[in-house]
Design a protein around this ligand. Structure first.
Ligand SMILES: Nc1ncnc2c1ncn2[C@@H]1O[C@H](COP(=O)(O)OP(=O)(O)OP(=O)(O)O)[C@@H](O)[C@H]1O
Ligand SMILES: [Mg+2]
Length: 251
């Protein structure tokens, strides 16, 4: 379970999150949606302790994130950042190997190597494993970063815009994999800009706007013209395809 209680955040004199409280049960896929600047990355970075908590409380699997040793937290929770800086002279297999550090203390065991090899394979990266990350295309690099996060093999996975740069097939592949992991009892939170991906795969959608929680519920509850308007500020048509809501947001 991820428990967020009364979390506010101020940066550079501006209030970025306003008293956010939210509980996400263990297991399942949550999509975090909302316009640019809504506070999605900020909220994720507080959960993953990429920045210090200022007010309120956050716990993951009962561990208070501000009082848990980094190594313990890193075995529980993995995070993909929206703009991870990557050392350029790093090979793909080394990058994915970083995901194993919380388990191996830096020296990979044969078991770690096996996890890295399997993860490279899962993301079609085996032919690219000796390449330097800086030589990859945008989507290949994104897949390598996702593979690193997945290789950490944690019960909790936070992914900030994991679909960035992925083509439609890889985007679908990833969402299906995340769905399968959620079905196997893992807890996944993914920031998604495509509300239709959120509706198709997530168990619940959490919407932020201007640092506030504005809606939360099953896809069918969130995917209404009224709620989407409240989140994004414009009217969309919502149709049903095979029993699933889809927003026609280009029209
Ligand atoms: N270091 C900082 N100093 C001042 N303001 C900041 C800082 N970091 C983030 N912000 C502001 O906080 C707000 C929320 O940013 P955040 O990155 O959480 O948004 P987001 O919902 O992830 O948006 P996007 O969809 O564009 O990624 C934005 O207005 C941003 O400009
Ligand atoms: Mg963001």
């Amino acid at each position: 379970m991820i428990r967020i209680e009364n979390v506010s955040l101020t940066r550079g004199g501006a209030r970025i999150l306003h008293d956010v409280s939210l509980t996400l049960p263990k297991g399942g896929l949550t999509a975090l949606i909302g316009p640019n600047g809504a506070g999605k990355s900020s909220l994720l970075s507080l959960i993953a302790r990429l920045q210090p908590l200022q007010t309120g409380r956050i716990s993951v699997e009962g561990l208070p994130v501000d009082a848990t040793p980094g190594r313990v937290l890193a075995r529980t929770l993995a995070v993909l950042r929206q703009d991870p800086g990557v050392a350029s002279r790093l090979r793909v297999r080394e990058l994915v190997g970083f995901g194993r550090f919380p388990h191996s203390r830096g020296r990979l065991t044969p078991e770690d190597d096996a996890v890295v090899a399997a993860t490279l394979d899962q993301f079609d990266l085996t032919p690219l494993k000796e390449r330097f990350v800086e030589t990859l295309s945008g989507g290949q690099r994104q897949r390598a970063l996702i593979a690193m996060t997945v290789a950490q093999a944690t019960d909790y996975l936070l992914l900030d815009e994991p679909l960035n740069n992925l083509d439609m097939r890889y985007a679908r592949d990833l969402m299906r994999r995340l769905r399968a992991r959620a079905d196997a009892g893992r807890t996944i939170v993914a920031v998604l800009h495509d509300v239709n991906q959120a509706a198709a795969y997530a168990d619940r959608i959490v919407a932020l706007r201007d640092g506030r929680l504005v809606a939360m519920g099953a896809p069918a509850e969130i995917m209404t013209p009224e709620t989407l308007d409240a989140v994004f500020g414009y009217r969309m048509r919502v149709v049903e395809v095979d029993g699933r809501p889809m927003a026609l947001h280009h029209l």
